[in-house]
Ligand binder design. Structure first.
Ligand code: PGA
Length: 252
């Protein structure tokens, strides 16, 4: 069943972009103009660019987010950034638990939950990521794995206002492969049911994003699947033209 949730197209730039990339944010802001694109739009650049992007995006339709944070507010954590620091730089949202963080930095569900709480503590929203590996999907464990990630990564107090879920099958990230629309529908329904069990009916209003090789060419199909309330986009968010092509899936 389609829900009247306002979707969001969120771009995750990962470890890409320098000050020269301000041209892409300027192009995105200009490309969107003042008309309602039919969805919210966000770019999560590397932390070094949050402040400059936030200044460029001020008063536009583009929100700026962050890709990760430390769970603590301050302390002896060399190289880390707190949610409060990211908020001060101009982020409105923090992605937590991306599979690249779970894999490269050995983050577990408990860490992810603490980071989501840190985002809220700083007055920001959290996008909590989940998703199965290729092996888990082939073994028929995908639904179970993702449901258990959602249960264990979602802090108490999660609401549709402070939290978004992003389903990103690991095998679809940066590979050009995507699940079938039927598989996406099955997984998103599974996530919705899991959320219903944890937070009740309010879960019907929580955004559940799909991520993994979303491109202008497949956005229409993927974004029209039941319970898909937007996209988390990596590679295709780096160029304003491509990202605008995905956002166009939400134009009437
Ligand atoms: P991709 O990345 O769009 O490049 O597959 C998605 C993500 O990791 O958020």
């Amino acid at each position: 069943m389609s829900t009247p949730i306002r979707a969001i197209a969120a771009g995750n730039w990962k470890m890409n972009g320098t000050v020269a990339s301000t041209a892409e944010i300027e192009a995105l802001v200009a490309g969107l103009g003042s008309e309602d694109p039919g969805c919210d739009v966000m770019i999560c650049p590397p932390a070094t660019l949050i402040n400059i992007f936030a200044q460029i995006a001020l008063g536009s339709r583009v929100e700026i987010g962050a890709q990760d944070c430390h769970a603590n507010e301050t302390g002896a954590h060399t190289g880390d950034l707190s949610a409060e620091m990211l908020a001060e730089a101009g982020a409105t949202t923090i992605i937590v638990g991306h599979s690249e963080r779970r894999q490269d930095h050995f983050e577990n569900n408990e860490t992810v939950r603490a980071k989501a709480e840190a985002a809220w503590r700083a007055g920001l929203k959290a996008i909590i990521c989940c998703g199965e590996s290729d092996e888990q999907r082939k073994a028929g464990e995908a639904l179970e794995v993702v449901a258990s990630q959602v249960v264990a990564s979602l802090p108490e107090g999660a609401t549709p206002e402070n939290t978004t879920i992003a389903y990103e099958p690991i095998w679809a990230i940066g590979t050009g492969k995507t699940p079938t629309a039927a598989d996406v529908a099955e997984m998103h329904a599974n996530i919705r049911t899991t959320l219903n069990k944890i937070i009740g009916d309010t879960a019907n209003e929580m955004r559940i994003l799909y991520g993994g090789s979303v491109k202008p060419a497949n956005a229409d199909e993927l974004m029209s699947v039941d319970n898909v309330n937007g996209a988390l986009v990596g590679g295709a968010s780096l160029k304003a033209e491509d990202f605008l092509g995905i956002i166009a899936a939400y134009k009437d």
